[in-house]
Design a protein around this ligand. Structure first.
Ligand code: CDP
Length: 206
């Protein structure tokens, strides 16, 4: 049983995917962290963020790098992730790991941008979680402020819009809603309401 949860930045995918995994006792993979780790390593290396050769080498050896969770969550790393995510060889290097993860019993929830379209097109449940850019920026701002970051609403909104644009328009595995996905717009929903809607949808298929 595979549940694919896709959607734009800060729409609530992670919260929903974690809650689904907990509810059904499935494994959970936040695939964004894979791209974030490649982006973080490139930033740390002081190299060119657009260097596809280095990015691909990092993606192929991702297990060899250590990182701290809080380092991954910054918008700078999110932006770097969306740049390396546009490199076909980087995506290819991360594909097998994601597909193997998805095959685990009794089931798996994967969240990202291309899970329902490319990584697991045969997923039994596909959700596309979205929200207005302003709502998403407000949520991301609160999240970053909680971890002590000094950021403004305008800067976050700008980063999110730029990342959406890059993710939607790249040539390989762009952010897209699968034709058979159920859309959950969380703009007007509380966290509990969004989770309940996702569990209802997944439960009706399962
Ligand atoms: O948490 P947030 O939604 O802000 O981002 P994320 O899921 O951690 O993903 C960071 C970046 O990785 C995205 O902007 C995408 O460019 C890329 N990504 C991707 O291309 N494909 C995925 N399956 C997951 C993330």
């Amino acid at each position: 049983m595979i549940i694919a949860v896709d959607g734009p930045a800060a729409a609530g995918k992670g919260t929903i995917a974690r809650a689904l995994a907990q509810h059904f006792s499935y494994h959970h993979l936040d695939t964004g962290t894979l791209y974030r780790r490649v982006g973080l390593e490139l930033l740390k290396s002081d190299g060119d963020i657009h260097d596809s050769r280095v990015a691909t080498a990092i993606a192929r050896n991702l297990h060899a790098y250590a990182w701290l969770d809080y380092e991954l969550r910054t918008e700078a790393v999110g932006a770097a992730a969306s740049i390396v995510a546009g490199i076909p060889e980087v995506r290819a290097a991360l594909l097998d790991f994601q597909r193997n993860f998805a095959e685990q019993q009794p089931g798996a929830v994967l969240d990202g941008r291309d899970i329902g379209t490319v990584v697991c097109p045969h997923a039994e449940v596909k959700l596309f979680v979205t929200a207005s850019p302003e709502v998403r920026a407000k949520r991301r701002l609160a999240e970053l402020q909680e971890s002590g970051a000094d950021v403004s609403f305008e800067a976050i909104l700008h980063d999110i819009l730029q990342r959406d644009e890059r993710d939607r328009n790249r040539a390989v595995a762009p952010l897209a809603c699968a034709a058979d996905a159920v859309i959950i717009d969380t703009s007007e929903l509380t966290t509990d309401e969004a989770i309940a809607a996702a569990i209802r949808t997944a439960g009706s298929v399962r």
